[in-house]
Design a protein around this ligand. Structure first.
Ligand SMILES: *[C@@H]1O[C@H](CO)[C@@H](O)[C@H](O)[C@H]1NC(C)=O
Ligand SMILES: *[C@@H]1O[C@H](CO)[C@@H](O)[C@H](O)[C@H]1NC(C)=O
Ligand SMILES: *[C@@H]1O[C@H](CO)[C@@H](O)[C@H](O)[C@H]1NC(C)=O
Ligand SMILES: *[C@@H]1O[C@H](CO)[C@@H](O)[C@H](O)[C@H]1NC(C)=O
Length: 307
């Protein structure tokens, strides 16, 4: 009877000891002081396939690469599912960069479901041609330009960078005059592609608000592109994989998700490889426990029979 109790305890222990003790996460890493974790990764085959070929670490500087160009990653906020990006050709309150050299922002169509600039991120397009597609379909003075999360061009034009350019604060910004429009602020969702060449703009700036903090004046805004990422709700795979001690990745096709379990890869989770007909590790243990209980019961019944 004693060995049987031990046997039951042993099965229970095997059932509850975390499997993660056996195979550590080989995908998690650092670049400078930024932690790279799921869904991001630096190695091919690690992370979620929607974020493959996206981040690169060069001399401890984390770079983000999409169709519009490369950006430096300032921060990854896993709790709010956001990244903050910067690039040297983006204008700020202290520096104007003209000559259409800025990246702007756009992603490959296949990536768009996974990441987009945040709704409270403002893009301020600088010195756009009156013939810009930005203004097509907006006759007269009905422009798409507007404030986003309390940030807009009227305030941005008071930045020191504009004084250096000889800008005089005299009345409202010039619309459809002889020269180009000085500045037009839009949320990303309004145009879905910030391409300075296509929009015929000389430059751009981008700022975001870290709600609920309300900062006064453009000198206090955070300059950079705040990108929100999303796993499109199909993340049960990784949840199940990590719960069984696995590390989430994807196969060589760059599409199919894979659960890495140390010395083997699974197409579902680390409990379910090598067991046929879809039975999981847990189901097999439950089956064994049921068998043991049945064996004990029948043993006692037979003992009673002998009395
Ligand atoms: C990382 O280091 C930079 C300076 O090198 C600092 O500005 C930033 O706040 C640090 N970020 C974190 C998350 O510690
Ligand atoms: C598991 O998959 C990853 C990512 O595709 C790959 O790098 C690794 O070599 C695979 N491991 C095994 C044991 O097949
Ligand atoms: C930006 O627009 C120009 C002109 O339409 C085009 O040639 C270029 O490929 C676009 N850039 C991106 C990153 O889509
Ligand atoms: C944006 O906000 C500023 C300051 O609150 C205001 O003066 C301006 O009229 C607003 N502009 C637009 C386009 O709504």
């Amino acid at each position: 009877m004693g060995s049987l109790v031990f046997g039951v305890w042993f099965l229970w222990a095997a059932y509850t000891i975390p499997l993660s003790w056996c195979h550590p996460n080989t995908c998690r890493s650092y670049c400078g002081n930024i932690t790279i974790d799921y869904p991001f990764a630096l190695q091919y085959g690690c992370g979620h396939p929607g974020f493959r070929d996206l981040l690169f670490c060069m001399n401890e500087v984390l770079m983000f690469h999409v169709s519009s160009g490369s950006y430096r990653v300032l921060e990854i906020d896993y709790a709010y599912q956001a990244l903050t990006l910067h690039e040297p050709h983006m204008s700020t309150c202290h520096n104007l960069v003209l000559g259409s050299r800025g990246n702007g922002f756009s992603v490959e169509p296949w990536r768009a479901p996974y990441m987009n600039p945040a709704a409270d991120n403002v893009f301020m397009l600088i010195a756009c041609s009156p013939r810009s597609p930005l203004f097509q379909g907006f006759p007269g003075k009905h422009l798409p330009c507007r404030n986003v999360s309390g940030m807009g061009c009227e305030e941005y034009l008071s930045c020191p960078a504009w004084e250096m350019m000889g800008h005089k604060r005299s009345g409202p910004a010039s619309f459809f005059g002889s020269g180009p429009l000085e500045c037009c602020a839009v949320p990303y969702q309004a145009i879905r592609e910030i391409n300075l060449t296509k929009l015929q703009c000389e430059g751009y700036s981008s700022a975001y608000s870290v709600a609920p903090l309300k900062v006064d004046g453009p000198g206090g805004w955070s300059y950079g592109i705040r990108v929100r990422y999303s796993l499109q709700g199909n993340d049960e795979f990784c949840g199940a994989c990590e719960a069984t001690g696995g590390t989430c990745g994807y196969g060589s096709d760059g599409i199919r998700q894979v659960c890495m379990c140390g010395d083997f890869n699974s197409t579902s989770n680390c409990d379910s490889v090598g067991i046929p007909s879809g039975a999981t590790h847990n189901q097999v243990l439950e089956g064994l426990l049921t068998y043991v209980v049945l064996w004990m019961t029948s043993n006692q019944i037979s003992k009673v029979g002998y009395v």
